[in-house]
Design a protein around this ligand. Structure first.
Ligand code: NAD
Length: 495
């Protein structure tokens, strides 16, 4: 049975997919690849092809950068209110098309449909937040320096490059481009190979909403070609990369050669430290929710669970009970609680880590292995709990699937040391009823983010970024990030 007969596609989505193959979008119009090659987009829930994208060449990417630079002076010169008003029209259009974009994203990323709609709403909220923040930015800040008249002048940079991963395609575009556009920059978006359709939909919507041509451009294609060409372009003024640390290093090297400022938002191996004074069942439920949310393909997920020895057995028993209830299914099935992973490669990665981990001393205490969903030939895996030595590969490396590595601790110091014994530094959480201890542990864990009695919390206005192998150059979602998208000139006159 084909996808469209098994699940009801919105007529607008069916129409959109009917327009395949999808070209990139440059200067306000479709831009087919000059090389002519295509890359299939597969629904990870059914294994069916839903379209093809154009595999753009380095020359196509160079064209996009030129067009973005040409569009820059007019966009940058708009009064802030006027630029904000245009962006808010785009925001309204995105909100109006939430169900359509959500379904496109459910189909290409394997994301449960209501969660995909939540991601679209998050895009909307993010862009509204940065439009408002930008209105309050002073582009001329007076400095009180004896004997001098001095001020700092701020102006946008120009064409900014963005490379995104496949796990939160639309939400991350919002986190990335909103501050850049609000400050008056133009953008070139390179979405992941597997999940480019929502970016193309956005670019078309931006045109309809009245964004000037060339302000938002999308280059589709492979990372090694289109992504590498964008990050190596000497004509981009800034680069933002979200993805794996391995590719982040390549992007940073390429930008470094041109001295282009680069910002990296990378992977993680987050810890959840659970003390013995919590409501054990409630915390177990929340951590099961965290590891199964988007099938564990979440950079800041809690993938190492350190649990006080006094409550360990009860905690694990409750987790198993809760995991038994998780319904695995197609993202468009409204009863699904956990969908597929994004592609065959990712499925092999998740299962491979379980095998490698167990072959080198870890023990699987729950689940693991492939899962099947009747009638859907998708990339399904079962959630898993592993335990064992903390130097095990499954405890140290990012698996990016519904797998947690669990261990006991007895003292606060021991828990902190365990949480910090990692190459990553993105996000951890501490769970306790003792607020002084919560604050102590939250501050002692070395990462960009520490959450208390919660995991995965992203309010606008709180910086979200990583340290160590998890990031470089700033983070997202905060007023400081907006300031990254202005270059500053110090103006001084001796008096
Ligand atoms: P990836 O690094 O393989 O790919 C990310 C993007 O880089 C894709 O668009 C890809 O086409 C492109 N790319 C690949 N090779 C390239 C090259 N040589 N030059 C330039 N671009 C290239 O990552 P992924 O598998 O798509 O995403 C998963 C990773 O992203 C995980 O590590 C996850 O933790 C991380 N991530 C981090 C955050 C964060 O905010 N810190 C958010 C989401 C995902």
């Amino acid at each position: 049975m084909s996808l469209s007969t098994k699940f009801k596609l919105l007529p607008e989505v069916a129409r959109f997919l009917g327009g395949s193959p999808f070209a990139g979008f440059i200067g306000g119009k479709d831009f087919p690849s000059s090389g002519g090659a295509l890359i299939p987009t597969i629904d990870p829930g059914s294994g069916e092809k839903i379209g093809d994208i154009h595999d753009m060449t380095a020359a196509d990417v160079a064209k996009a950068v030129d067009v973005a630079n040409q569009a820059f002076p007019k966009w940058a010169a708009l009064p802030q209110q006027e630029r904000g008003a245009i962006l808010l029209k785009l925001v309204d259009a995105v909100e109006k098309h939430k169900a359509i974009i959500g379904q496109i994203e459910a189909l290409e990323a394997g994301k449960i449909e209501v969660q995909a709609q939540g991601d679209v709403q998050n895009f909307v909220d993010t862009m509204r937040y940065f439009v408002k923040q930008a209105e309050a930015v002073h582009t001329r800040t007076k400095l009180n320096v004896p004997g001098h008249e001095a001020w700092v002048h701020r102006a946008p940079w120009g064409a900014c490059g963005f490379i995104f991963p496949w796990n939160f395609p639309f939400l991350l575009i919002g986190w990335g481009i909103s501050p850049a556009l609000a400050a008056g920059n133009t953008v070139i978006i390179k979405p992941a190979e597997d999940t480019s359709l929502s970016a193309i939909y956005l670019a078309r919507l931006a045109k309809e909403a009245g964004l000037p041509d060339g302000v938002i451009n999308v280059v589709t294609g492979r990372g090694q070609t289109a992504g590498a060409a964008l990050s190596a372009s000497p004509k981009i003024k800034r680069m933002s990369f979200t993805g794996s640390p391995e590719v982040g290093q390549l992007v940073a090297e390429a930008c470094g050669r041109n001295l282009v400022p680069v910002k990296l938002e990378l992977g993680g191996k987050g810890a959840a430290v659970v003390f013995d004074d919590v409501d054990v069942n409630a915390v177990a439920d929340k951590l099961v929710g965290a590891i199964t949310f988007h099938t564990g393909q979440v950079c800041c997920d809690a993938t190492r669970w350190f649990v006080h020895s006094k409550i360990y057995d009860q905690f694990i028993a409750r987790c198993k009970e809760k995991l038994d209830q998780v319904k695995i299914g197609h993202p468009l099935d409204p009863t699904t609680q956990m969908g597929p992973v994004v592609n065959h490669r990712q499925r092999a990665r998740v299962l491979g880590y379980q095998e490698k981990g167990q072959a080198t001393g870890a023990k699987c205490i729950y689940g693991g292995g492939p899962a099947t969903v009747p009638g859907c030939d998708g990339n399904y895996v079962k959630p898993a709990l592993l335990t064992g030595p903390l130097d095990n590969v499954a405890a140290r490396e990012e698996i990016f699937g519904p797998v947690a590595y669990v261990a006991k601790f007895d003292t606060e110091e021991q828990a902190i040391a365990m949480a910090n014994d990692t190459d990553y530094g993105l996000a951890n959480s501490v769970w306790t009823g003792d607020s002084a201890r919560a604050a102590r542990v939250a501050e002692a864990m070395v990462a960009g983010n520490s959450w208390i009695n919660a995991h995965n919390v992203f309010p606008h206005g709180v910086p979200y970024g990583g340290v160590k192998k998890s990031g470089l150059g700033g983070g997202v979602l905060s007023p400081e990030v907006l300031m990254d998208y202005y270059r500053s000139t110090s103006v001084v006159r001796p008096v």
